[in-house]
Design a protein around this ligand. Sequence first.
Ligand SMILES: N[C@@H](CCC(=O)N[C@@H](CS)C(=O)NCC(=O)O)C(=O)O
Ligand SMILES: [Fe+2]
Length: 357
Amino acid sequence: MLIFRQLFDPQSSTYTYLLGDTRSREAVLIDTVFEQARRDAALVAELELRLRWTLETHVHADHVTGASILKRQFGSAIALAQNSGATGADRYLAQGDTIEFGMRHLQVRATPGHTNGCLTYVLDDESMAFTGDCLLIRGSGRTDFQHGDPHALYRSVHTQILTLPQNCLLYPAHDYRGLTVTSVAEERRFNPRLGGEIGEADFAGYMDNLGLPHPKQIDVAVPANLNCGRRDDAEVSITAPTWAALTYTFAGIWEIQPNVLEENLARVVVVDVREADEFDGALGHIVGARLVPLGTLVEKAETLPKDKPLVIACRSGARSAQATVLLGKAGFDKVANLSGGMLRWRAQRYAVDGGTE
Ligand SMILES: N[C@@H](CCC(=O)N[C@@H](CS)C(=O)NCC(=O)O)C(=O)O
Ligand SMILES: [Fe+2]
């Protein structure tokens, strides 16, 4: 069985794909985005996967890859095309290579044209293929920089992609209209640049007249990606909070586990966002916690300290998760949600004021 997720970066309209083998839990990510590495890492952790590889379909011009950050976190190996000109990868790929994850694998096809180092990854049973910026949904990658060549792209599409089974699903690296997936049969019939009877010269004529502005990030992205996403400038924006060992969730919330809160109780302010009767009720409350019911949190926010970390608690961890969002908007940057709320805190037998056994 296969675990499959399609993830989206709205800034660059990039799709990142997660593929995992259910049995061994080994996984690969295709085309990660630097700014989304934390999100991707959270999903890998929540699905209890072991990230073996981060794969690039090419050296991207519009965003920096998250490959190096993910390698630091998971020890995943970085792979991209031999022809990409990139340094610092763990493996350089060429036509016919395979990337294994558990009992599954991806086959590597060289599909140059958008860049000279573009690859398409085809799943072992040919049910899906990841075409990068070679074939886009009803479109194609541009061919006007990074050694792009419309003739090469035309041949790549016709010999390596449209020859796959008709019902093979095709997943691109980008879509600028929110379209998510297509198939070989569809693109053979309906691709306005490459389908039907359109010939190589027709395609080249089309591409030579696209007239697109260069990607906004190209001057940052290409040098960083030529070194597999290693960069100094943005390292700060991706570092985790240091005041305690927090967990970032795929839902987008920073959480603190009960045992970590217990160790840090003296250094944080616990804000309990339940109602007063719950605060004084059967579950009790954490020693020293301040009661600020969720409905009053925004108006009372200015009474909370900004220099100390805030840990937000409620019954189950749901209302407090929303409280962390509201406090984030109110300008608090050291805020964490107590994972599992008072229910888990009590289940793990940590101390409370009040409450019943
Ligand atoms: N406006 C985008 C441009 C993105 C762009 O040029 N994308 C490339 C892929 S890296 C492409 O081939 N686009 C094809 C198209 O827009 O039709 C940006 O600044 O990042
Ligand atoms: Fe691209």
